[in-house]
Ligand binder design. Structure first.
Ligand code: AMP
Length: 279
């Protein structure tokens, strides 16, 4: 496995790697969710590049950039085992050199949910992902449904800017008790960790109601909200039932919709979602 830390070396390496080439962008501190993306990429492509970069541009000033968990040695060992060819792990100075002034701004789909609560977050995500696409020029790029709004933003941006990579979305990988895997789960205390699977139970309840014929989005929101408010360790940020592509809130679930939530458990802010109305 080849570890590359500079943009110029990565641009040279991409020319030598057999095609098709799959890209798996990550911020490291890898878990089964990331490894599932890498496995899908391995299955579909001749070469796999995984990037590891904790992107300062997508963290707000009061967010956890400095304390975000990092363990490069462990990450490299895990990726080697998965048969990843190339790891691209640039420094912040390499990705944002002196004088850096160009950002990608995706409008509308970034207005609500995470975009509304984390100003500048998706500008940071869209900018770094565009730059990774430019450097690596992947045939396919792999993202997790876990970050549902990120998927909508990247799909929109890839079409709008004709970025020429196929976006492959991998279903959310969960712990045995339903908690969505996340690098930030390490922030949970044992009691919070025990309570956290209720997020997925609440989303699952909304999915059941939809299957039972409920189409009133407000009824679904109220059900999920009620379940979360009943958990003393949880502080609800939002529950949304929105068009899966535009993320506009729905009154009636008459098209594919994402039921999503953000909930604070102590130090950890957890997000999760399920998609309904596809079948
Ligand atoms: P991150 O390192 O958190 O930026 O995540 C890198 C990629 O892995 C993103 O596309 C995430 O959506 C995806 N990912 C993170 N957690 C999971 C999970 N539990 N299941 C599936 N994909 C995930």
């Amino acid at each position: 496995m080849n570890l590359i830390t500079t943009v110029s070396e990565m641009m040279a390496a991409r020319e030598r790697l057999p095609r098709p080439l799959g890209l798996v962008p990550t911020m490291g501190y890898l878990h089964e969710g990331h490894l599932t993306l890498a496995r899908w990429a391995r299955r579909d492509n001749q070469s796999v590049v995984t990037s590891i970069f904790v992107n300062p541009a997508q963290f707000g000033p009061s967010e956890d950039f400095a304390s975000y968990p990092r363990d490069m040695e462990r990450d490299l060992a895990m990726l080697r085992q998965e048969g990843v060819d190339t790891v691209f792990a640039p420094t912040v100075e390499e990705m944002y050199p002196q004088g850096f002034s160009t950002y990608v701004n995706v409008e509308r789909v970034t207005d609500a949910l995470e975009g509304a609560r984390r100003p500048g977050h998706f500008r940071g995500v869209a900018t770094v992902v565009t730059k990774l696409f430019t450097i690596v020029q992947p045939d396919r790029s792999y993202f997790g449904q876990k970050d549902g709004q990120q998927v909508a933003v990247i799909r929109r941006m890839t079409v709008d800017l004709a970025l020429g990579t196929e976006i492959v979305v991998v279903p959310t990988v969960r712990e045995a008790d339903g908690l969505a895997m996340s690098s930030r789960n390490v922030y949970l205390t044992p009691a919070e960790r025990q309570a956290a699977p209720m997020l997925y139970r609440a989303l699952g309840r909304a999915r059941e109601m939809y299957r039972d014929g409920v189409r009133d989005a407000r009824a679904l929101r109220q059900q999920v909200e009620g379940m979360i408010r009943a958990e003393p360790l949880a502080t609800l940020d939002y529950v949304s039932v929105a068009d899966a592509a535009t993320l506009q809130e729905l009154e009636t679930v008459d098209r594919p919709a994402m039921v999503s939530l953000a909930v604070r458990f102590g130090r950890a802010r957890l997000i999760d979602n399920v998609v309904i109305g596809q079948d």
